[in-house]
Design a binder for this molecule. Structure first.
Ligand code: SF4
Ligand code: SF4
Length: 384
């Protein structure tokens, strides 16, 4: 299996000056050390004992109660080693909750059969889509960030890890319609909760087979390039992975392993062409954080990669809007014409139209039928 991807090199024009990302510069970590990024009460709002919800619908006590509950398991598990080691597993550090594996490996199977079983198990454990790629070290962060002592230690990942199982975790479609709101933020929290469970259970399964496996969410390495490489979707103007099964309304988790597996191939289903025509996300973004021009090789600030040509969201502007609202935003998910309920055949047909000369018609139809319209929190609470 090749360790670096010709597909990504070619489609994103990665130059020889490309450098790996230091997670210290991630916007959430910058909020801990960079005076330019003031989180105000954004993080405090995730602790309802110290935060007074607003009176407005979508941001009231019931809404924050649900949003914070949706994050509860991810926070509790992820911060088990915060006081002792400063780890925030799932965000700045990979998980270390697996119990030890057996002294000997499970009987070896042909790689095709091992790959099939891994995908079957990942699906049974809750993944909506599963893909496999080689571990391309360009996407691995150079350094962690320790939110307790603000240090930034070098990230050392065992050299034996050669494969990545990328997991697509669908988020709640109805809740996504109420974005932006604290209630709508529950869809993100729920996505992380299912990611936590599926990635760690899959890592434990592989450990139980006698191989190494590390479960990871946003920590350790960039998920989107790996998901593209693993054939799970294409990159959108909104800076997100767009999958053929759930659009952009997903979270991505991964398990890195030494278990030999077959890699998938990148896919194309017309997203790049569609995004070139459509600007629903950049038009709707209240922070004007999404570029409405062509992909660029230089990012708006150092919270994003450089020497790679792509649409890049201005993380500083985006986060400022989140801070003002005391919840995450994701309007760019709600309004995206790929954000649909794909259990309905007509929505699956829409994706086909988006990948055809009728893409402008699909875009017009999407607007006419008011697909990306915001729904109120009351609408969600009152739904049967
Ligand atoms: S999350 Fe909201 S503020 Fe950030 S880029 Fe998307 S629409 Fe803009
Ligand atoms: S809203 Fe339109 S331009 Fe933005 S990511 Fe979705 S399809 Fe692409």
């Amino acid at each position: 299996m090749k360790e670096s991807s010709e597909y990504l090199d070619k489609n994103f024009k990665i130059t020889p000056n490309f450098q790996r990302f230091n997670q210290k510069n991630d916007i959430f970590n910058r909020a801990m050390w960079d005076d330019l990024i003031d989180p105000k009460t954004f993080f405090i709002s995730y602790d309802i004992t110290n935060y007074k919800p607003k009176k407005s619908k979508g941001f009231d006590h019931w809404d924050y109660a649900l949003r914070n509950a949706s994050w509860h398991m991810t926070d509790v598990v992820g911060e088990m080693k915060f006081e002792t080691e400063g780890r925030v597993e799932g965000f700045t550090d990979y998980y270390t909750i697996q119990t030890q594996g057996p002294p000997s490996k499970a009987p070896e199977l042909p790689i095709e059969e091992t790959t099939r079983r891994i995908k079957k198990v990942a699906t049974a454990l809750g993944a909506g889509m599963v893909g496999i790629c080689a571990l391309d070290r360009r996407w691995v962060y150079t350094h962690h960030f320790n939110r307790k002592d603000q240090s930034s230690p070098k990230l050392d990942l065992p050299a034996s890890l050669k494969y990545v199982i990328v997991l697509i975790m669908p988020m709640d479609y109805d809740l996504s319609k109420t974005i932006p709101s604290a209630l709508g933020g529950s869809t993100t929290g729920l996505g992380y909760a299912t990611s936590l469970n599926t990635a760690n259970a899959l890592a434990q399964f592989i450990t139980n087979l006698g191989y190494e496996a590390i479960a990871s969410l946003n920590d350790t390495a960039l998920n989107i390039p790996m998901a593209i490489e693993a054939g799970l979707g294409e990159y959108g103007r909104n800076g997100l992975l767009i999958t053929p099964k759930y659009g952009p309304n997903v979270r991505i988790a991964k398990v890195m392993t030494d278990l030999p597996l077959f890699a998938d191939q990148p896919i194309e289903f017309g997203v790049k062409e569609f995004c070139t025509t459509c600007r629903k996300c950049s038009d709707a973004c209240p922070a004007k954080a999404i570029a409405d021009d062509a992909p660029q090789s230089e990012p708006p600030n150092y919270s994003s990669l450089s020497h790679i040509t792509k649409w890049t969201v201005n993380a500083e502007k985006c986060f400022k809007f989140w801070v003002g609202m005391n919840s995450d935003c994701s309007i760019c998910i709600r309004v995206c014409p790929y954000n649909k309920d794909y259990s309905k055949w007509w929505n699956r047909l829409g994706v086909r139209l988006a990948n055809s000369p009728l893409r402008r018609f699909m875009l017009w139809l999407d607007g006419l039928l008011e697909y990306g319209k915001r729904h109120t929190a009351q609408w969600w609470w009152q739904r049967p």
